[in-house]
Design a protein around this ligand. Structure first.
Ligand code: PLP
Length: 398
């Protein structure tokens, strides 16, 4: 028999949606399964600031030598300033490494916690969370547990449940939070709620690990979206942070991100940095350079940076506008349901509250494709298809 004769078939991934979409011959079909930004024509988007940065890089004919193990310093410095703020006390006591986008940052973080966290090697993630979180942390060697997050009756935050679970977890547990634009629900705590969450985390002596995959992409304002991260640092938490430039710079396939740990002081940061290098070296030696050069150029060139801030805001605003249009259209059709969650949620995804059976009906009868949990990618909505989408939802849900 073949060596691999006993390898079992794994379940199909999220790609099933794209396959079903591609197989549909209806010319007005709608794909709301994709986790990537689309413009109002439904096309992938190349940011002008990114294009200009690439041209500058190309024109300077840089060599393709290896980066160091933790990446290009001009990039990691700029990424840290973007996340923590230019006046943050964290900057002088930060261990930071370039990573293979947000996923790689989470993976390095998981591995670091598994090797060095002094408490239980167990991480609490929200229920629900980005589908890959549990897999990434399990493969890092951590045990994964869930804390309450989403209330399906209100299609909003289960704030009481969340705080109760933080308080019920053993002292010194690791909690992972989505910094902004929670995926898949689009439901974020308010700043006031973050303050209560921080107080509960501190009271229990927990450790906070933030995943910030959408800075700027949620509200359109990079500072507002970093509120929770910066607030925790101000309150004395030496957090860990995963950053991604996939969404906010449209650099999905370049795989550019960063992982950082705020330390007690510079000496501790130096020790932590040495251990991050020991982890990264046998994983992939050193990270790819092109995406880091692009992000670094955009962040460190004042004209490009200013242009980028506007471009991020444009993407966020288009999504916010599509949310409002979808809600308006549903109301105009006479839907009796309360659709206010569509506009109160934030980021690329909206949790519609539709059931798996209703999602099947949307696909089979209306050629509208999205995940069965009722999550739709608002980035896939356009001024041209929002009317038909609202009609389809209205016919299915009333
Ligand atoms: N974290 C969350 C919550 C996400 O939604 C995503 C992407 O969808 C990621 C992390 C990682 O994405 P990437 O590895 O492309 O940066």
């Amino acid at each position: 028999a073949s060596t691999w004769a006993n390898v079992p078939q794994g379940p199909p991934a999220i790609l099933g949606i794209t396959e079903a979409f591609n197989a549909d011959s209806f010319n007005q079909k709608i794909n709301l399964g994709v986790g990537a930004y689309r413009d109002d024509k439904g096309k992938p988007h190349l940011l002008p600031s990114v294009q200009k940065a690439e041209k500058l890089i190309f024109d300077s004919r840089l060599f393709k030598e290896y980066a160091g193990i933790t990446g290009i310093p001009a990039f990691t410095k700029a990424a840290a300033v973007l996340a923590y703020g230019k006046d943050s006390s964290a900057l002088d006591r930060l261990a930071i490494t370039q990573s293979i986008s947000g996923t790689g940052a989470l993976r390095i973080g998981g591995a670091f916690l598994e090797r060095h966290y002094p408490g239980a090697k167990k991480i609490y993630i929200p229920n629900p969370s980005w589908a890959n979180h549990a897999a990434v942390f399990k493969d890092s060697g951590l045990e994964v547990a869930k804390y309450s997050y989403y209330n399906k009756d209100t299609i909003g935050l289960d704030f009481e449940g969340l705080v109760a679970d933080i308080k019920a977890a053993p002292q010194g547990s690791i909690f992972m939070f989505h910094a902004c634009a929670h995926n898949p629900t689009g439901v974020d705590p308010t700043p006031e709620q973050w303050k209560e969450i921080e107080a509960a985390v501190k009271a229990q002596g927990h450790y906070a690990f933030f995943d910030m995959a959408y800075q700027g992409f949620a509200s359109g304002d990079i500072h507002k979206d970093a509120f929770a991260v910066r607030y925790f640092v101000e309150q004395g938490h030496n957090i860990a942070l995963a950053q991604s430039f996939a969404k906010n710079m449209g650099l999905y396939g370049e795989r550019i991100g960063a992982f950082s740990i705020v330390c007690a002081d510079a000496a501790e940061a130096k020790r932590v940095d040495s251990q991050i290098k020991i982890l990264v070296r046998p994983l992939y030696s050193n990270p790819p350079i092109h995406g880091a050069r692009i992000a670094e150029k955009v962040l460190n060139t004042p004209e490009l940076y200013d242009a980028w801030l506007l471009e991020v805001k444009e993407m966020a605003d288009r999504i916010i506008t599509m949310r409002a249009l979808l809600k308006d259209n549903l109301e105009k059709l006479g839907s009796k349901h309360d659709w206010s969650h569509i506009t109160s949620q934030i980021g690329m995804f909206a949790y519609t509250g539709l059931t798996p059976a209703e999602m099947d009906q949307l696909a089979e009868e209306h050629s509208v494709y999205a995940t069965k949990d009722g999550r739709i990618s608002v980035a896939g909505i356009t001024t041209a298809n929002v009317g038909r989408l609202a009609e389809a939802i209205f016919k299915v849900k009333g």
